[in-house]
Design a protein around this ligand. Structure first.
Ligand SMILES: NC(=O)C1=CN([C@@H]2O[C@H](COP(=O)(O)OP(=O)(O)OC[C@H]3O[C@@H](n4cnc5c(N)ncnc54)[C@H](O)[C@@H]3O)[C@@H](O)[C@H]2O)C=CC1
Ligand SMILES: O=C(CO)COP(=O)(O)O
Length: 371
C-alpha cells in the first residue's frame, strides 16, 4: 500500500481545526499545531477541541502537537490558519523547519497592518519560496457549519494551476468541494474585503435597521470590493464568485461571523475598545480597515462603506448615521455601476452629455451649457 499523505495545519483555532477535519475526511493524515500544549493534548487524546468547536468529534486521523518541528516534519502540504497580524513572526520559526518541497496554503483572510501585504505575499517574503508553491483558500466557509458537515464550496487559488489542483484534490471530501482558479489577488482580497462589509452589516443590524439597508450595503459593498480588487489586478469575475459574493453573503447573514458580531456590538453602542475586549476569537476585519483604506487611496478607489466603518471604529461617526449607499458628496445623481457597459465613476464626465441635454431642454434650446 502507498504511504498515506501527510499534511499539516498550523493554528488550532476554529478554522484550523475545521480544516484539519476537512483534510482528514478527504483521506489525509493530519497533524494540527496548537500553541498551547493542553489544547494539543485534548485534540490528540480526546479528538475534541472544546474551546473552539464544542460538540464536534474530530476524525481519528487528526493528531496534534505543540511542537512546530514535529508538526512540520514530513509534511507534503502546510495549511496556515493563525491571525494575520501574527503571521510574519511565525514564519521566522517555520522557515528552517519547512520541508523543501512542501506547498504552503494560506487559510487566512486579512492583510498585514504595517505593510498592507496579502497573506500569500507575506508567506513568499517570509519563507523565500517560489510563488508556485503557494496557494490560498477562500469562500463562504463559516467554520462551525462545515465542522457539522454541512455541504460547502470553496476556492483554492494559486499562480500555478497545477498547485491549485493538487491542493483542491486534498481539500475535498463528501461535504466540502474545492474549485480552483489562478486569480490569487482577487481570491485573497475577496476574503479580506467581505469582512469589512460584514462589519458594516453588523453595525446596521445592531442599530436596528432592516433588510433594505442591509441589502443596499451588501450590493454597494460588492461594487466597492470589486473596484478595489480590480484596481490591484484582480479579475472582476472572481469577486462575483465564491471568494467574493459567496463569502459576502455567508458572512453578512450569519451570527456565527465574528466580523458581523463585532459590527453588531458597535451598532449597539459599545466602543471599539470594548468590542475588542469582548471578542474571544479573531475578527480580521477590525485590523484590515486602516491598511485597506490606505491601499484604496493609493489607487484612487473610493470606498465610502469602508470609510464609514473606520469612522465608527474611531468613534467619530454615530452608528445610526451609517448609510453609505444614501450619502454622496455630490449633487449629481450617480450611476449605480455601469450603464450600457461603460464604467460609471459617478463623476461629472459621465453625466456631462445628459446634463447638457437637460440644460438645453430647460432653456428651450438656447443653452449650449458647459459644466
Ligand atoms: N473561523 C472561520 O469561520 C474562518 C476563519 N478564517 C480565517 O482563518 C484565520 C484564523 O481564524 P480562526 O481560526 O477563525 O481564529 P481563532 O481565533 O478561532 O483561532 C486563532 C488561532 O491562532 C492562534 N494564535 C493566536 N495568536 C497567535 C500567534 N501570535 N501565533 C500563533 N498562533 C496564534 C490561537 O491560539 C488560535 O489557535 C483568520 O484569518 C480568519 O479570517 C477563514 C475562513 C473561515
Ligand atoms: O471567513 C469566514 C466565513 O467565510 C468567517 O468569517 P468571520 O471571520 O467573520 O467569522
Amino acid at each position: 500500500m502507498p504511504p498515506r499523505r501527510r499534511v499539516t495545519v498550523l493554528g488550532a483555532g476554529s478554522w484550523g481545526t475545521t480544516f484539519a477535519k476537512i483534510l482528514a475526511d478527504g483521506g489525509s493524515d493530519v497533524t494540527l499545531w496548537a500553541r498551547r500544549p493542553e489544547l494539543a493534548r485534548e485534540i490528540r487524546e480526546a479528538k475534541r477541541n472544546s474551546d473552539y468547536l464544542p460538540g464536534i468529534n474530530l476524525p481519528l486521523t487528526v493528531t496534534a502537537t505543540s511542537s512546530l518541528a514535529e508538526a512540520l516534519a514530513g509534511a507534503e502540504m502546510v495549511f496556515v490558519s493563525i491571525p494575520s497580524q501574527s503571521l510574519r513572526d511565525n514564519l521566522a520559526a517555520i522557515k528552517p523547519l519547512l520541508p523543501s518541497e512542501a506547498l504552503v496554503i494560506s487559510l487566512m483572510k486579512g492583510v498585514e497592518k504595517k505593510s498592507g501585504l496579502r497573506m500569500s505575499e507575506v508567506i513568499e517574503l517570509g519563507l523565500e519560496i517560489d510563488r508556485d508553491r503557494i496557494a490560498v483558500a477562500s469562500g463562504p466557509n463559516l467554520a462551525l457549519e462545515i465542522a457539522k458537515e454541512q455541504p460547502t464550496a470553496a476556492v483554492i487559488s494559486s499562480q500555478s494551476l497545477e498547485t491549485a489542483q493538487r491542493v483542491a484534490m486534498v481539500a475535498s471530501n463528501r461535504y466540502f468541494r474545492s474549485f480552483v482558479n489562478v486569480d490569487v489577488i482577487g481570491t485573497e482580497f475577496g476574503g479580506v474585503l467581505k469582512n469589512l462589509i460584514a462589519v458594516a452589516i453588523g453595525i446596521v443590524d445592531g442599530v436596528g435597521y432592516g433588510e433594505n439597508t442591509k441589502a443596499s450595503i451588501i450590493t454597494r459593498g460588492l461594487a466597492e470590493m470589486t473596484d478595489f480588487a480590480v484596481a490591484y489586478g484582480a479579475h472582476a469575475d472572481t469577486l462575483a464568485g465564491l471568494a467574493g459574493l459567496g463569502d459576502l453573503i455567508a458572512t453578512s447573514s450569519s451570527s456565527l461571523s465574528r466580523n458581523n458580531t463585532a459590527g453588531r456590538l458597535l451598532g449597539q453602542g459599545y466602543s471599539f475598545a470594548d468590542v475588542v475586549k469582548s471578542m474571544q476569537q479573531t475578527a480580521e476585519g477590525l485590523a484590515s480597515v486602516a491598511p485597506i483604506l490606505e491601499l484604496a487611496a493609493a489607487k484612487g478607489v473610493d470606498m465610502p462603506i469602508v470609510r464609514q466603518v473606520s469612522e465608527v471604529l474611531a468613534g467619530t461617526l454615530n452608528p445610526r448615521d451609517i448609510a453609505p449607499h444614501l450619502t454622496t458628496d455630490s449633487d449629481e445623481p450617480q450611476g449605480e455601476r455601469t450603464i450600457d457597459g461603460r464604467k460609471n465613476t459617478g463623476g461629472s464626465a459621465f453625466w456631462r452629455p445628459f446634463k447638457r441635454a437637460f440644460n438645453q431642454l430647460r432653456d428651450g434650446g438656447r443653452s449650449s451649457s458647459r459644466d
